[in-house]
Design a binder for this molecule. Structure first.
Ligand SMILES: [Zn+2]
Length: 392
């Protein structure tokens, strides 16, 4: 499903922002919304009515009177509407339900065998979403699970063609190439399903959570794979097909240049991803089973693992310097399991400063993504909420 986000200036005081102000308690009445948005009372009323008719807002009792008729209070319905979110990784998936303000209601991590193929993996994860929604609505007043779920957002650790929701030539996902995720899911849940790349969803989740006041941001996701998501003028920038931000097959300086799954050699993914670190360490005769083992070695100050982490950080910094020079973001944030790896972060930062124009780095923030393990499902939920609000 294609979701066209409105330009940022249209979003100021737009339905999504009105909803967020009520959800966060910044506004409890139409008058508050009018004051915060600068919109006329009649425009606010029109938008509020639309949100109420969609069940996204409700009016509760009467607020405190400041003389005259007591205003009715606005609230986001509790125990009611939720969106489902799935953040699929190479070995685990984070699955959750979130309310319409983007707050996590329930979330759990499930082990995943990506090689079992898309039908088995996505079928099980969608069933988990349905179970969570059933639990949420059983605790609510009306207990109607079917009505409670408004949509499902899914993050995939590979390239996703945005217009169709199809996966295109992913690394390390045998059996997933060309799979139509949206169509498969549409046959299983009766709500909109929106599919995107996991780095895009991390970017959206991190931006909405920590940097919503910044217009230009780049988020690197460094886990088993490596990718990035770009926020431009306050919106997720996907490019023509949805591949914007995919830095995994950019060439970096590496000698020898390790072969990549794409058929080339010396790609960023083949040098700096978690999977590349596991392969390189094994090649040096170190017994390590997965990325967790690599991170443990780095934390313990293992010489070989630390050297590889520094090399990976330089490679990420090299590509990121091109991105920063070209795009001039206000913040660059790194998330994923390698984000806590200090030697990688230090050499990435040093390379970035060395290779960037002073004007590009003068006020550039370089940070870790702060939102933790729920950042992906938060981004997935916001994708769906934007769609639900736009439809309202
Ligand atoms: Zn490659």
């Amino acid at each position: 499903m294609t979701i066209d986000e409105a330009p940022r200036d249209v979003l100021r005081g737009g339905p999504r922002e009105l909803l967020r102000w009520v959800a966060t308690g910044a506004a409890v009445s139409r008058a508050d919304l009018s004051r915060l948005s600068g919109l006329s009372p009649s425009t606010v009323s029109q938008r509020v009515e639309a949100l109420i008719s969609q069940g996204l807002l409700e009016e509760t009792g009467a607020g405190r009177s400041r003389g005259g008729r007591r205003p009715r209070q606005l609230a986001v319905p509790t125990g009611g509407a939720v969106v489902g979110a799935i953040d699929l990784g190479a070995h685990h998936a984070r699955v959750g339900t979130l309310d319409l303000s983007g707050r996590v209601v329930q979330a759990r991590t499930l082990p995943v065998r990506i090689e079992d193929g898309p039908e088995a993996v996505l079928g099980a994860l969608l069933a988990e979403v349905t179970t969570l929604v059933g639990g949420d609505s059983a605790a609510s007043a009306d207990g109607s699970a079917a009505d409670a779920l408004r949509g499902v957002g899914i993050g995939i650790p590979g390239p996703v063609q945005h217009s169709t929701g199809r996966i295109v030539s992913p690394s390390r996902m045998p059996g997933w190439n060309g799979f139509d995720v949206a169509a498969f899911c549409a046959g299983r849940v009766d709500v909109p399903v929106i599919v995107d790349n996991d780095a895009n969803l991390m970017a959206l989740g991190a931006h909405r959570t920590a940097h919503s006041e910044l217009d230009h941001a780049v988020y690197i996701k460094a886990g088993t794979g490596i990718g990035s998501g770009v926020i431009s003028s306050g919106r997720l920038h996907r490019g023509a097909q949805g591949s914007a931000g995919d830095i995994s097959h950019c060439r970096v300086v590496a000698d020898p240049a390790p072969p990549c799954t794409c058929g080339n050699a010396g790609c960023l993914e083949a040098v700096a991803s978690g999977a590349a670190l596991v392969t390189a360490l094994r090649g040096q005769g170190v017994q390590v089973s997965d990325l967790t083992g690599v991170i443990r070695l780095i934390d313990d100050g293992d010489r070989q693992a630390t050297a590889l982490a520094r090399q990976a950080g330089r490679a990420v910094g090299e590509i990121l310097a091109v991105v920063v020079n070209f795009f001039n973001p206000q913040v660059v944030a790194i998330g994923g399991r390698l984000a806590d790896c200090e030697p990688l972060l230090a050499s990435m930062r040093a390379t970035l400063y060395e290779r960037c124009l002073p004007l590009a780095t003068q006020t550039l923030l370089i940070e870790r993504v702060a939102a933790g393990q729920d950042v992906g499902i938060t981004g997935a939920a916001h994708l769906v909420i934007d769609h639900v609000v736009a439809a309202a």
